[in-house]
Ligand binder design. Structure first.
Ligand code: CO
Length: 220
């Protein structure tokens, strides 16, 4: 590696550690016991399932602090039934932390959605993106009727969030929690990168009433 490249690389890396030291100092200046308190426990009321995109950090977007939001992120904020990572996070959040809100948070200008809309091969990730193509297939009539390409992509971002909300509702984790308590809601949001604002899709679900017969699970 060229000396110049290595220097630049080290500089970027050192900036992160320096940033951490500054952040710790800032917190301690406001509250000398901040980390002592933080290290004791967490009681977040929210599970955030968002995209891995670096522009959509859960805490900054909601003006919340460490300890307030439990977070899972993956490409295009998917809730895939065989994803043990997502299911483990969901199980812990719902059954141990007893969160009251699960928010699937997509965003416009999502690279994952763009990639899924193309016919190109991207390699391994095609297996993940196919779940988005399935969402397209489910809503093909509506999406194909939208002439403007940007509007069509934006609508797929929204429909993908709605389908992931629905996917969460189909899990045994959420359905069994609903049998025990009535304070668990699943929500769908889309973040507008060009304004910073969240668009609530108003698809919040708090019971299995409208799940459809095939997805509603009995007790045994
Ligand atoms: Co994205």
């Amino acid at each position: 590696m060229k000396k110049e490249t290595r220097l630049k690389l080290n500089e970027g890396y050192a900036k992160l550690l320096e940033g951490n030291r500054d952040w710790v100092a800032d917190q301690l200046a406001t509250d000398p016991t901040y980390f002592k308190t933080l290290s004791k426990s967490q009681h977040p009321e929210v599970l955030w399932i968002g995209c891995s995109d670096s522009r959509v950090p859960a805490n900054e977007l909601t003006n919340t602090k460490p300890g307030e939001v439990f977070v899972h992120r993956n490409i295009a904020n998917m809730c895939v039934h065989t994803d043990m990572n997502m299911l483990s996070v969901l199980d812990y959040a719902v059954n141990v932390l007893k969160v009251k809100h699960v928010i699937v948070s997509g965003h416009y200008d999502c690279g994952g959605i763009d990639a899924a809309l193309s016919n190109r091969q991207f390699g391994l990730i095609d297996n993940w993106l196919r779940h988005i193509k399935d969402v397209y297939r489910t809503h093909a009539a509506e999406l194909d009727a939208i002439d403007n390409e940007k509007d069509r992509i934006d609508r797929l971002v929204e429909l993908n969030v709605i389908e992931q909300v629905y996917n969460l509702c189909k899990t045994t984790i959420v359905q069994n929690a609903w049998k025990e308590r009535d304070d668990l809601e699943i929500h769908g949001w889309v973040i507008q990168l060009d304004t910073g604002f969240v668009k609530d899709l108003n698809v919040s679900v708090s019971n299995a009433d409208n799940l459809g017969k095939i997805f509603a699970l009995s007790d045994n």
